[in-house]
Design a protein around this ligand. Structure first.
Ligand code: SF4
Length: 224
């Protein structure tokens, strides 16, 4: 169990699942670069957080609910949570009769495919809601705002375990306070931190430095 002042942002899980260096650049060094993808994502998020409360038949809608998990050491907020009326096993809501099951929804831009990073972030919100409300949250959805389409996400045991492992890793890295070195991969081309991270240049530089060091050591020891 983590203490309140040890909680880390749920939003970091998305960065961490993409690249540990990216997480460290954002959450340890405070670097952030907007590219087209992140700028579009921010706009969608602002729209998701622009209203307060709504209701449809058998569904209550709540926006921007603060969430936390002392078990995982995470804190954040949801985009939208629908509460679906259920016969049993749900939670009570002030001013409403009956029981309700939370169904978190994460808003995302459509050009970026709904990959595992979104599922991880959504599942972390679901696990936090479960812990806070003492109920089960079996599924949620990622909403593709341009295609106006929901992608259902089941919070399977594997996904839950992945979130728990990532949360643990995030705390380990946070404890180290050290940014991992860059390693250029194809995914770097779509990373908004590419101009800050400079993976190609830094990898080349460390390779040159490595060769120079090896040569110097060999010279000292009389080797080649
Ligand atoms: S550019 Fe590549 S190595 Fe650097 S943070 Fe992004 S994904 Fe990670």
């Amino acid at each position: 169990m983590y203490a309140e002042d040890e909680l880390l942002p749920i939003s970091g899980l998305q960065h961490l699942s993409f690249c540990e260096r990216r997480w460290a650049l954002v959450h340890i060094e405070g670097q952030w670069e907007d590219n087209r993808f992140t700028a579009e994502g921010k706009l969608v998020h602002e729209r998701a957080h622009s209203g307060e409360v709504g209701s449809l038949a058998g569904v209550l809608v709540r926006r921007t609910i603060p969430v936390r998990s002392f078990e995982l050491g995470l804190v954040g907020q949801t985009d939208v949570v629908e509460f679906h009326r259920v016969d049993s096993g749900g939670v009570r809501i002030a001013g409403q009769s009956g029981q309700w099951r939370p169904f978190p929804i994460e808003y995302k831009r459509s050009r970026d495919k709904v990959g595992n990073a979104y599922r991880i972030q959504l599942c972390a919100q679901a696990l936090s809601l479960e812990e806070m409300m003492g109920t089960t949250v079996p599924e949620g959805a990622v909403y593709d705002s341009l295609q106006r389409r929901r992608h259902a996400v089941a919070f399977s045991p594997d996904l839950r375990a992945e979130v728990a492992a990532l949360a643990q890793r995030m705390h380990e890295l946070h404890g180290l306070r050290k940014t991992p070195p860059p390693r250029y991969e194809k995914k770097c081309d779509s990373c908004s931190l590419l101009p800050v991270c400079l993976p190609r240049a830094l990898c080349e530089r460390s390779a040159i430095e490595y060769v120079a060091r090896e040569a110097a050591d060999a010279g000292k020891s009389g080797g080649l």
